[in-house]
Ligand binder design. Structure first.
Ligand code: HEM
Length: 338
């Protein structure tokens, strides 16, 4: 009887605590509850950049891989459990996404200042903006108020996240399913202005593009020679190369590189090969301000993606609250779904 009452009480608490509808996002969401939130995120990101410049690019990428899979809900950050295969080991993420420890560090600092207030989903959105600003890119005001998911789906990530082999038509179609335009696709791909990619992601285009046994003809010959040296056939797939010629600076060099056949990924170079996306590539290569503005708009639109599923504010970005040590014993039930 006591257990039944406790369980009913818990269900009531959950229904009050876990908002099931899409949250209304707005700037300054934490101005009352955690006014230091944005400066805390920025400070930790700055320290991470000083320690390892690439790490902030790696953190910025997390927003994309989180938001496309059932909305911006930090589902990406959940570690696997015996009952749930999370997204970290999904095809596009395994051995590729990195710097989760920076996210942990940001979360720890936020929890110290304002326990239980700032969601991991909002953390990712703030950190992505800060990564861009700290690398010399544009500032934009982020909308906040997201909830963290109660679960994650490796299968959904596998189905949704695009491969580096993708061509422009595929990417246009994919992005349109998320209410993102052709301009958004090209501008957001400009995130590859910072960071690195692995040989694993480009060997097919160096040696066997579309099963031809030949390299991608869109690669400029001197650049191809450089990539061949970096990524010899049968070599170590984990060796990394720069995604553009200025991989620590957020600028429009990425688009200049595409115009010159010096895109790293197939999914990058295809944006110049294909007429519909090419006009934006050319425009952004000639006008950095236009790129910055379109990029900020795209990030805000991507940040608006929500699943409308129930959520919570996680204390630890890697685990849902009820599975944190000490909490699980009380609330675990045998027919509970992950
Ligand atoms: C348009 C479709 C996209 C595809 C196919 C794609 C694919 C990739 C691939 C294959 C890598 C290298 C991974 C590796 O080799 O391990 C990469 C890196 C990266 N991506 Fe994307 N990406 C896309 C869009 C985006 C978007 C929208 C963002 C963020 C807004 C983003 C941010 C990044 C960053 C910052 C890196 C470098 C990360 C690091 O250095 O650790 N990408 N992407």
């Amino acid at each position: 009887m006591a257990y039944t009452l406790l369980f009913l009480f818990f269900l009531l608490l959950q229904s009050l605590d876990l908002a099931a509808m899409a949250a209304t996002l707005r700037p300054n969401f934490y101005s009352e509850t955690c006014p230091q939130a944005e400066s805390i995120v920025k400070d930790v990101m700055k320290k991470a950049m000083i320690r390892e410049p690439r790490s902030i690019a790696s953190v910025m990428r997390l927003q994309f891989h989180d938001c496309f899979v059932n909305g911006c809900d930090a589902s990406l950050l959940l570690d696997d459990t015996p009952n749930m295969l999370g997204e970290k080991l999904a095809l596009s993420n395994i051995d590729s996404l990195r710097s989760y420890e920076v996210v942990d560090e940001v979360k720890e600092a936020l929890e110290k200042a304002c326990p239980g207030v700032v969601s991991c989903a909002d953390l990712l959105v703030m950190a992505a903006r800060d990564a861009v600003v700290l690398s010399g890119g544009p500032y934009w005001e982020v909308k906040l108020g997201r909830l963290d998911s109660l679960t994650a789906s490796q299968e959904d990530s596998n189905q949704i996240m695009p491969s580096p082999r993708s061509n422009a038509t595929y990417l246009i179609d994919l992005f349109s399913r998320f209410n993102l335009s052709v301009q958004d696709l090209v501008a957001l791909s400009g995130s590859h202005s910072i960071g690195k990619g692995r040989c694993f992601s480009i060997v097919f285009r160096l040696y066997n593009q579309s099963g031809s046994g030949l390299p991608d003809p869109a690669i400029e010959p001197a650049f191809r020679e450089k990539l061949d040296k970096l990524c010899p056939l049968g070599g170590d797939g984990n060796v990394t190369g720069d995604l553009d010629a200025t991989p620590e600076i957020f600028d429009n060099q990425y688009f200049k590189d595409l115009v010159n056949g010096r895109g790293f990924l197939n999914s990058d170079q295809t944006l110049f090969t294909y007429p519909l996306t090419r006009e934006y590539v050319i425009e952004f290569s000639e006008n950095q301000e236009k790129f910055f503005q379109a990029f900020a708009e795209g990030m805000i639109k991507m940040g608006d993606l929500q699943s409308g599923r129930p959520g919570e504010t996680r204390r630890d970005c890697r685990v849902v609250n009820r599975h944190r040590p000490g909490v699980e014993v009380l609330f675990e039930t045998s027919n509970e779904k992950e």
